[in-house]
Design a protein around this ligand. Sequence first.
Ligand code: NDP
Length: 286
Amino acid sequence: MILLDGKTTAAAIRAEVRDEVARQKAMRGRAPGLAVVLVGQDPASEVYVRNKVKACEETGIVSRKLTPPENIKQVDLEALILELNADPDIDGILVQLPLPLGLESQSILDLIDPCKDVDGFHPVNIGRLAAGLPGLRPCTPAGCIELLKRHNLPTRGKRAVVVGRSNIVGKPLAMMLMQSGEYADATVTVCHSRTADLAAEVRRADFVFAAIGKPRFITAEMVKDGAVVVDVGINRTESGLQGDCDFEGLWGKVAAITPVPGGVGPMTIAMLMQNTLAAFKAHLEM
Ligand code: NDP
């Protein structure tokens, strides 16, 4: 049994980023800059942003937190993004989602310069991913793959099931697993709320990726012996944070599994640091 420990793995990645940031800063005279835009005061978003800013401090990336009020007008938020696009000290722009009611997020995301789109949500970057071209990849799916890589669990030739088809997790994760490479090259099935027999689909998989948003939804009966389970879910319940998988039920039955918390969550932030460093290098070479 392998515990896919995202906390330790992410710490190792942050240390690598920190060393490279220090090297780049000595060479180029400045560190990468990340703008984090947090509109309004959603408590969960505040926690995520705090963790991202903390990771920047640890890696030497300069973070700039912008906190426009909840009632900011769409046009003013758009103007802010355009300003950040033009700012030579900013290499990455992240708009924390969800935006408050009344603001239209897709048109905001569409405005971010694709070269500064460190969340990898811009249609250009999604398109590049679909086409197998290099580009900034969405952090959560990239974190899932990186976690497998760092535990030597290649997906090549294996059956992978992704439960969830959101634009930020399920869909890009499925696309990554379809690319060529040792940690891709999977035979991918994508499931969602309209899947006819979800348990049967999941039971066939060597690799199960759960991105559903329902606590303990994937149970031991649904997973085959020796599978690898990557749980993306973060659900706030009365008994604390829970994943989409029944960790206790699966432990002992599967070959490897991520805990929640301490699995994919910290990996997502580590990938954001990697993306910001990559965007910085590309920016300086332009
Ligand atoms: P969404 O709500 O956008 O998508 C959920 C997906 O699950 C949808 O495709 C939905 O299907 C599917 N689904 C819902 N119910 C069922 C069901 N009964 N059977 C099969 N499929 C179902 O969520 P996200 O993708 O944004 O997030 C998923 C989870 O991951 C959440 O818990 C979220 O908090 C967490 N998360 C964690 C991150 C991290 O860093 N660890 C980052 C981002 C998210 P349909 O499309 O048909 O509605």
